[in-house]
Design a binder for this molecule. Structure first.
Ligand code: SME
Length: 157
């Protein structure tokens, strides 16, 4: 089965508009969570070329590293710690234009310069977060927030 992603150029919204139906196609008929998380991060990485894209799953009161694309990363993050743990604690998306200015930022890589973390909420509980890092400053905005929130909501947890 051919699963090649169609990559487009254009503005951010155009790129998300092209990618979202393809992500729906990848998720369709596949019940396995890890397989679906793996394909979503791969699709995002392929389209946008970000430095790091990955999920952390809430497990026993910690975030634990799950499928990702990019350099090796911290495996466990406590609630309220770093951008990921803050997004979990506050159950909201956090956009960080400059990671050095975010108190408590966890530097898995010194190359990471800006970041967006989107919580995955099911039955009023955060069950995971999607973390995206760029090696350039100020790469994420409300467009990313809107579409990444839409994308995580496509995944059955
Ligand atoms: N920077 C994140 C940690 C995860 S890595 O970026 C992959 C944070 O502050 O929570």
């Amino acid at each position: 089965m051919a699963e090649d992603l169609q990559i487009i150029t254009g503005n951010k919204a155009d790129q998300y508009h092209s990618l979202i139906p393809q992500i729906k196609g990848l998720l369709e008929g596949e019940p396995d969570l890890i397989a679906n998380l793996a394909n979503v991060v791969a699709a995002l990485k392929e389209q946008f070329g970000w430095f790091w894209v990955g999920f952390y799953l809430v497990k026993s009161e910690e975030l634990v590293l799950a499928p990702f694309q990019g350099p090796v990363a911290c495996t466990r993050i406590k609630k309220g710690r770093g951008v990921c743990g803050s997004s979990w604690a506050e159950a909201k998306t956090i956009i960080v234009p400059d990671v050095e200015k975010f108190p408590g930022h966890i530097a898995c890589s010194s190359f990471s310069k800006s970041e967006i973390v989107v919580p995955v909420i099911r039955n009023n509980q955060v069950v995971a977060v999607l973390d995206v890092d760029s090696d350039e400053y100020d790469q994420f905005d409300s467009t990313d927030q809107q579409y990444l929130e839409e994308i995580v909501n496509l995944i059955a947890f």
